[in-house]
Design a protein around this ligand. Structure first.
Ligand code: SF4
Ligand code: SF4
Ligand code: SF4
Length: 250
């Protein structure tokens, strides 16, 4: 029996999430025993007519990105958004805070007409997405788990508790007590063992919100440390799609 076919592609992004897949190295072998790779933009040439699972990183920033994601959607059974760019718009969303013509002028100067662009958006703004693997970049362990589940028909579920849980289990002193507005209170866990607070860095929300963030508890923490909801929303601007979610919750 033919193996299922996987595909990896990139829209506008740094391609760090595709690199994380390649960084799995020998851990990819069990996946490759169960599936063939029909296309992997970052690793090889070639393409096929149909994929069973397409993993796409990057956000939609150009008319070409829109055409490309529609082409991929038409050729695949399942579409998985890979990384914060694909799930929420990621860092590309920052351009949406500026006048789009100013941004194009700053980047492309008098050649800006050669580079048509649209407001940055995640994959789900244009096509149906069947699963999301969040993070900037993705956690390779979570990718392996998702790929195994999708290939074996098992449900793939993201953790639905905040980053504070593994942070506390790691015995970290909360960074709020060191003057940092850490977003782990409302951000979806799953990045460990690459947990930023364990390295002394505040969580900046790259994995998006848990399904039902405890916004009242978050507000209480902010009030205790003299910050307002607006202060914390500014922290979420790095991942602007997440900023929009939080703004609705606030
Ligand atoms: S989510 Fe982050 S690492 Fe992944 S492609 Fe986007 S910018 Fe790069
Ligand atoms: S707010 Fe940040 S530093 Fe404090 S417990 Fe939560 S994740 Fe850890
Ligand atoms: S701690 Fe926060 S910013 Fe760091 S990887 Fe995890 S979710 Fe992303």
């Amino acid at each position: 029996m033919a193996k299922p076919v996987l595909m990896f592609d990139s829209l506008s992004c740094c391609e760090g999430c595709g690199l994380q897949v390649l960084n799995c190295e020998t851990d990819l072998l069990p996946i490759l025993e169960k599936a063939d790779i029909g296309r992997f933009r970052e690793a090889s040439d070639g393409d096929v007519d149909h994929y069973n699972v397409a993993f796409v990183e990057g956000s939609i920033v150009t008319p070409h990105d829109i055409e490309r994601i529609q082409e991929i959607r038409a050729k695949t059974d399942l579409l998985v958004a890979l990384g914060a760019c694909a799930t929420h718009g990621g860092v590309n969303f920052l351009k949406n805070f500026q006048d789009p013509d100013d941004v194009a002028k700053y980047v492309y100067g008098d050649k800006r007409a050669w580079f048509p662009h649209v407001a940055a958006r995640p994959l789900k703004a244009e096509v149906r997405v069947d699963a999301e693997i969040p993070g900037c970049p993705i956690n390779p362990r979570e990718f392996l788990e998702a790929a195994t589940c999708l290939l074996t028909g098992k449900p793939f579920k993201l953790p639905n508790y905040p980053v504070c849980v593994p942070c506390k289990l790691a015995d970290n002193v909360c960074l709020w007590h060191k003057g940092a507005a850490c977003l782990g209170v409302v951000t979806r866990a799953g990045c460990d063992p690459y947990l930023c607070p364990s390295a002394g860095h505040k969580c900046i929300g790259c994995r998006g919100l848990v399904d039902k963030p405890n916004t009242q508890a978050a507000k209480d923490v902010m009030a205790e440390f003299g910050l307002t909801v607006d202060d914390i929303l500014r922290e979420f601007r790095l991942f602007q799609g997440i900023y929009k979610e939080v703004a609705q919750e606030a």
